[in-house]
Design a protein around this ligand. Structure first.
Ligand code: TXA
Ligand code: MG
Length: 311
């Protein structure tokens, strides 16, 4: 049985809210990638979610809230963290903070940690669902653990259609890569995952942003894991593809698919996962053009390096 795919009108949102209240799993669009939502307070639902994704239970989830006030009721935000939230919420920035004692986000969703990741998404369908449901929803990207994140409802349906109860189709995701994650517990923030909220933009509101850990020295459990893995082998920073390789281009020139013929990093981020998926279906080997490493290019290269790593 594959889950129904519905436009997020009021009937579909009502149905999704009811399913979540009963412990079901609902795929919802966000501005970054599609998320697989469950009631954050329901440990049985969260256990089902980990199982559906094949996600190791040491890797905690992001709790999504309808408003900054709702997030502040779950985690301890400093003055500086609140100022940053005021600037970027709703939007693609996730804060790791200390959980408050009365948090309704269950321990399983937090992987037993004292900390909690929180985000207020901007996508109207995600916001409407959070309003309809009336509490925090945990939502990892709606892909099997380790695979390429979904940016359309069709991606979710293909990957997870038999494991979820309902898929809300809010169209293609505008940002295309997952939220920026910062550890906001200290005097200065620490970057745990790069995303479309850029380091420079965070610095402008809360100076002193430090680089986070890496797979050798992880500061976020997610950094330990293999990610974004296509079946095809990927080669990066390629000027001239070899015979038989698909070429994922960037900027002017011949390519099998082009992330952005105009060389726009914003367009490239929005196309990245969807084009990786398309080429993965038709080719065993993918060569990727050089993507600049400045600005949003850093987040794009982070995803590409993980996708190319066979380790
Ligand atoms: O854009 C996004 O963030 C998407 C959409 C659906 O909102 N969600 C998403 O979730 O990317 P997920 O589960 O794929 O990634 C969550 C990341 C993981 O790397 C996890 O390790 C990290 O956040 N994380 C969660 N809680 C944490 C905590 N308490 N401390 C450190 N890292 C944490
Ligand atoms: Mg993910």
């Amino acid at each position: 049985m594959t889950a129904p795919v519905l436009k997020p009108d009021s009937a579909a949102l009502d149905r999704a809210g009811r399913l979540l209240a009963e412990g079901g799993l609902v795929a919802m669009p966000t501005e970054t990638v599609y998320g697989l939502a469950a009631d954050a307070s329901n440990a049985d639902a969260v256990a089902r979610l980990y199982a559906a994704k094949g996600r190791p239970a040491f890797n905690p989830l992001i709790a999504h809230c309808a408003s900054a006030e709702a997030a502040f009721a779950q985690g301890r935000f400093s003055e500086k963290a609140r100022a940053l939230a005021a600037e970027f919420w709703p939007g693609p920035l996730t804060f790791v903070v200390d959980a408050i004692e009365t948090t309704t986000v269950c321990s399983l969703a937090r992987a037993g940690l004292e900390t909690l990741a929180l985000r207020v998404p901007a996508h109207p369908a995600a916001r409407a669902l959070l309003e309809a449901f009336g509490g925090p929803l945990v939502a990892p990207s709606a892909n099997p653990s380790g695979r390429i994140s979904p940016t359309t409802a069709a991606h979710v349906s293909g990957d997870m259609g038999d494991k979820v109860d309902l898929i809300l189709d809010g169209g293609p995701c505008s940002e295309g890569i997952e939220s920026t994650v910062i550890d906001a517990r200290g005097e200065t923030p620490v970057l745990l995952r790069q995303g479309t909220v850029l380091a420079e933009a965070i610095e402008a509101v809360w100076p002193g942003l430090e680089a986070g850990g890496s797979a050798d020295k992880p500061t976020s459990p997610g950094q330990l894991l293999r990610h974004y893995a296509p079946n095809a082998r990927m080669r990066l920073n390629v000027a001239t593809p070899e015979p038989g390789e698909a070429f994922l281009g960037f900027g002017p020139g011949k390519a099998t698919l082009n992330l952005s013929p105009d060389g726009s990093l914003i367009e490239a981020a929005a196309n990245l996962f969807s084009m990786m998926r398309q080429l993965d279906e038709t080719h065993d080997r993918i060569a990727v053009a050089t993507i600049p490493t400045d600005g949003l290019g850093a987040a794009i290269n982070d995803r590409l390096v993980r996708a190319a790593d066979r380790g």
